[in-house]
Design a protein around this ligand. Structure first.
Ligand code: SF4
Length: 121
């Protein structure tokens, strides 16, 4: 049996899953969440990527921007997060970038896209 707190809404029901039966959920969304957590947990991944080169001259007076924030557009299986982060930390991103620009598409055939989460000139 696994126990977890539902994070789908602010109520935060105490859930438990045993033999594919969910207990403690006040609505069906909690059951879907609990079964996914029990069978194949996934997480949206956020990270930062290094710049391909030094920031342009005009950026030097702004707060230091040395990395580009990125996030996955869909959840990544938990067991693959370390590999995804490893790939992201090796990546070099060239400025300028706009929020939503993809830096990785269909990562390792999973269909996961990683996109920029902040516009940087
Ligand atoms: S089970 Fe339903 S009511 Fe309870 S926290 Fe999850 S979404 Fe909210």
């Amino acid at each position: 049996m696994i126990s977890l707190i539902c994070i789908i809404c602010p109520v935060g029901c105490d859930l438990s899953v045993e033999n594919d039966a969910v207990m403690g959920n006040a609505c069906p969304r909690g059951a879907v969440y609990a079964l996914e957590e029990a069978r194949a947990p996934k997480r949206v991944v956020t990270a930062t990527c290094a710049l391909a080169e030094e920031p342009p001259e005009k950026s030097r007076n702004l707060p230091a921007v040395r990395r580009v924030p990125v996030k996955t557009l869909s959840p990544c299986p938990k067991e693959q997060i370390a590999d995804l982060l490893s790939d992201l930390y090796r990546l070099r991103v060239a400025l300028p970038v706009k929020i939503g620009d993809p830096v990785i598409t269909d990562w390792r055939g999973t269909g996961i896209t990683v996109a920029v989460s902040r516009t940087l000139p």
